[in-house]
Design a protein around this ligand. Structure first.
Ligand code: ADP
Length: 244
């Protein structure tokens, strides 16, 4: 294990990975990479590497969970045993179960659930490598995978966190900042509808800091949203190239 750094922001105002306070990590996304799923996406958000696969809408099992007026969205978040430095048990942890619920609830408002009564949509999120902010990167990837599956949606959901380290409000905390920092505020947002679907806070912030962190996170979500749309377009651009 690496030693705990004394300072998270240096004299020049730069963070451990050289970022400025308001800077996102580098992000790449791709859709349609799993040929056996109805929709899929892969995201690399800093050192996070996450895959999302979607099945459905399809018959729901167990059947008693089916609803007469809408489809049931089920997201399963799972961290692979090799995703963190010390092997994680492959069995679902309390945290995996909590994040599965959080991700499901962040995505539900974006989907026209009422279009597919008595069915289910399953989203499987596998964290292959974790470095802080995996719930947000998972939401971003899962939303892209749902769009890739052709599921009618009101908007894409883009997510990122802001927080506080060394008394400074910063965007997109990585693992060390998340663990040693003072606070973490994950946000999921539908930019076109101007609607927040997730807002959590771990740590203590003043009202002013909360407002600053929220605004910073929303700006980050806006940038991620642009990347999501580019990733979706890229799939169809490559199809066109092949048929031309
Ligand atoms: P998020 O990943 O959304 O920030 P947490 O705040 O719960 O969620 O976790 C922060 C980070 O802690 C994770 O992204 C991951 O890097 C690390 N982490 C989570 N679970 C474990 C674990 N079992 N072992 C080692 N590191 C972990």
């Amino acid at each position: 294990m690496s030693q705990k750094p004394e300072k998270l922001i240096d004299k020049k105002g730069l963070r451990l990975d050289g970022r400025k306070p308001g800077e996102l990590r580098s992000i790449q996304m791709e859709v349609g990479i799993l040929s056996n799923a109805d929709g899929s996406a892969y995201i690399q958000h800093g050192k996070n590497k996450i895959l999302a696969g979607v099945y459905g809408p399809r018959e729901l099992h167990p059947k008693h969970l089916a609803l007469p007026d809408r489809t049931v969205l089920r997201c399963r978040y799972h961290m692979a045993p090799f995703s963190v430095q010390e092997r994680k048990s492959p069995a679902p942890s309390r945290r995996d179960i909590e994040l599965s619920k959080v991700i499901t609830e962040s995505l539900e408002p974006s989907i026209f659930l009422e279009y597919y009564p008595r069915t289910g949509i399953d989203v499987f999120v596998e964290v292959l490598q974790a470095d802080g902010g995996t719930r947000c990167a998972s939401i971003t990837a899962a939303s892209l995978a749902l769009a890739d599956a052709g599921i009618p949606m009101r908007d894409l959901v883009a997510a990122c966190a802001a927080g506080k380290i060394d008394d400074t409000v910063v965007l997109d905390l990585m693992d060390t900042e998340d663990k040693i920092g003072e606070a973490d505020v994950p946000v999921a947002f539908m930019p076109n509808l101007n609607a927040i679907t997730l807002l959590q806070m771990d740590g203590i912030l003043t009202l002013e800091e909360i407002e600053k962190a929220l605004n910073l996170a929303l700006k980050g979500c806006g940038k991620i949203y642009t990347l999501q749309k580019e990733a979706l377009k890229a799939k169809y651009a490559s199809v066109k190239e092949i048929t031309e």
